[in-house]
Design a protein around this ligand. Structure first.
Ligand SMILES: *[C@@H]1O[C@H](CO)[C@@H](O)[C@H](O)[C@H]1NC(C)=O
Ligand SMILES: *[C@@H]1O[C@H](CO)[C@@H](O)[C@H](O)[C@H]1NC(C)=O
Ligand SMILES: *[C@@H]1O[C@H](CO)[C@@H](O)[C@H](O)[C@H]1NC(C)=O
Ligand SMILES: *[C@@H]1O[C@H](CO)[C@@H](O)[C@H](O)[C@H]1NC(C)=O
Length: 548
């Protein structure tokens, strides 16, 4: 009895404390700002990837009716595999130009729905799989004023629908899983005889009715192995030997976190110390309880998960540490901001991922500060006015804003007589660090800084800060532009470079830091990255750099 009473009392204390915390956070002036960039981009942004020329490749699917954007020059696509329109003269992909805030239609030939991809070292996007006639296809997109998709019909061994890709130290991509695919393969292949490899972990984590392990959360650990989280647990995986190196404990509570119980996950910032990264942590947040997908099909919309689990994957005996978000969320996107904070954005607080199964949009983004003490890490930001439910996306761009698009496409692109109409509005969220009142403290990287370098190179960056400069609070970060779909950002990683904390004044309001480039392709695969100078938690506009 006394112990039950104590538990109850503690529970009451905690819930009151939590409630108070939420109230104070929401009543203190929320920060961050939303801007409607385009009232109608013609398609729904289901997949997004930023390119190194500040343009964004966006696409939805090809087989669900006419979009609101015509193809260029009266072109049409004829496809007998498409269910709704055999001849479709509308676009299902666009290139959005961040700088001019304009977009143009692109033409994709086969179905790219629920696919995956990566930006690769030469600045092209290599995208894999999709649905129907597109499920074995590899497509390449290289940006230029008139470029369009190029398709390689038989690029994959197995169909890849809801798979996750990751760029590897070798420069190839690994493509993991997909619906009813308990295996992985690589692209490009090293030889014609290269096969797909079984991954029993995907069988073990496959809930026969609910799946709950699609779009697994995959991160390249700094030891070269892959961390793969599916359903409610994770492994450390040596893909070259097809060997499980480590089994991580199940996430406390055991609730699923992957599609259709879609939560999200990030690899927390990697701090390089003495040319190495010794602490590697993953944060998994939100999702929907087991059964939520089936319940939603029957009109019952379960409350989303409120918990996050954080684990030091580099620890010899890793344990999950649970935290509670101020708002429960399914289908949230977790993005690394240039400062190393994590933005949690989009999604709903009821239901599940899947067409028509989400309810109660959560319009408030939340920022998570990984270095704050436990219990003081979350902050609620200004809400959007637009629900961003299933099939919404978010990506970080060079100026520190976050582009947000998509939500709730319907078969036939219905805009009326549906709860959440197919969403064509395209927005940007400006985190509080972009507040103009901070402009005096914002670093500006000066032209002439080195933008191409090799592993371990010494790189000099010059920058300007007009206001009071605190050299103790400067850091230099590098962010990999990720491929975002279904609440997961593939290849997302942020590096805090060594030497970024030693600032040398070189003139009036101008300073220099000499940083060391990441030491190896295990810590940062060769690619384009966005580099930022951060001062007092305020990032400069980023510059594109090319590593490796
Ligand atoms: C897009 O929608 C608008 C408004 O409903 C309509 O006038 C226009 O014809 C549509 N365009 C296409 C290509 O469907
Ligand atoms: C800079 O950071 C490194 C660790 O990354 C630390 O060893 C060093 O003392 C720091 N230097 C200054 C000037 O803060
Ligand atoms: C980097 O750190 C890891 C983890 O502490 C260690 O196992 C590894 O040997 C280190 N690598 C180098 C090159 O020092
Ligand atoms: C969308 O529109 C189509 C065609 O008018 C209709 O058959 C379908 O039921 C609509 N979908 C929803 C979810 O209302």
């Amino acid at each position: 009895m006394p112990s039950t009473l104590t538990t109850l009392l503690i529970y009451l204390l905690i819930s009151t404390a939590t409630a108070t915390a939420i109230t104070t956070t929401t009543t203190t002036k929320p920060s961050g700002k939303w801007t409607l960039l385009q009232p109608n981009i013609g398609i729904t942004a289901m997949h997004m990837q930023l390119l190194p020329n500040d343009r964004v490749l966006i696409y939805d699917r090809t087989d669900f009716g006419a979009s609101n954007l015509s193809l260029a020059n009266g072109k049409c696509r004829e496809d007998q595999n498409d269910v709704i329109l055999k001849k479709d003269c509308t676009a299902h992909s666009i290139e959005y130009d961040v700088v001019s805030n304009t977009f143009r239609p692109l033409m994709v030939q086969t179905d790219v729905w629920c696919s995956s991809g990566s930006l690769v070292a030469d600045g092209t996007i290599v995208q894999t799989g999709g649905f129907n006639d597109g499920d074995h296809v590899v497509r390449v997109y290289k940006s230029c004023d008139k470029c369009d998709w190029k398709e390689l019909k038989a690029g994959l061994i197995n169909r890849r629908w809801y798979a996750t890709n990751h760029l590897l130290p070798s420069g190839r991509q690994i493509i993991i899983g997909g619906r009813r695919q308990y295996n992985y393969e690589f692209y490009p292949k090293v030889s014609k005889s290269e096969k797909a490899y079984n991954l029993p972990f995907l069988v073990q984590t496959n809930d026969p009715k609910l799946e709950n392990n699609l779009y697994p959360f995959v991160f390249l650990n700094t030891d070269g192995n892959l961390f793969i989280f599916a359903n409610n647990r994770a492994i450390l995986f040596d893909y070259s030997l097809n060997r499980v190196v480590k089994n991580y404990p199940q996430i406390p509570g055991g609730e699923p976190r992957n599609y259709p119980s879609t939560g999200s996950a990030v690899l927390l910032p990697l701090r390089i110390v003495q040319r190495n990264v010794t602490v590697v942590e993953v944060l998994v947040c939100g999702g929907a309880p087991k059964g939520a997908f089936v319940n939603a099909q029957n009109g019952v919309f379960d409350g989303a998960l409120k918990t996050c689990g954080r684990i030091k994957i580099s620890d010899p005996s890793p344990k999950w540490v649970m935290e509670s978000m101020p708002l429960a969320r399914v289908m949230g996107d977790m993005l690394l901001l240039p400062t190393g904070d994590v933005l949690i954005i989009n999604g709903g607080s009821k239901g599940s991922a899947g067409w028509e199964y989400g309810r109660n949009p959560v319009r408030y983004p939340v920022v998570y500060k990984p270095d704050n003490p436990l219990g003081h890490r979350f902050k609620i930001e200004t809400p959007s006015t637009i629900p961003r439910m299933y099939h919404s996306t978010a990506i970080l761009i060079r100026d520190g804003r976050v582009l947000v698009g998509g939500s709730n496409p319907h078969i036939y692109y219905n805009f009326t007589n549906v709860l959440y109409p197919t969403e064509l509005r395209f927005e940007a969220f400006s985190p509080s660090y972009l507040d103009p009142r901070l402009s005096n403290l914002r670093p500006k990287i000066l032209p002439g800084s080195q933008t191409r370098f090799g592993y371990g190179d010494q790189v000099i960056i010059r920058f300007m800060v007009l206001g009071h400069m605190d050299p103790k609070s400067v850091s230099v970060t590098m962010v990999a532009p990720s491929f975002n779909t279904h609440s997961f950002s593939m290849n997302q990683r942020l590096l805090i470079l060594e030497g970024g904390n030693i600032t040398v004044p070189i003139g009036k309001a101008t300073y220099q830091v000499s940083v060391r480039a990441p030491p190896s392709c295990y810590i940062a695969p060769a690619n384009y990255y966005l580099m930022f100078v951060v001062h007092q938690q305020i990032p400069s506009e980023g510059i594109w750099v090319q590593l490796g």
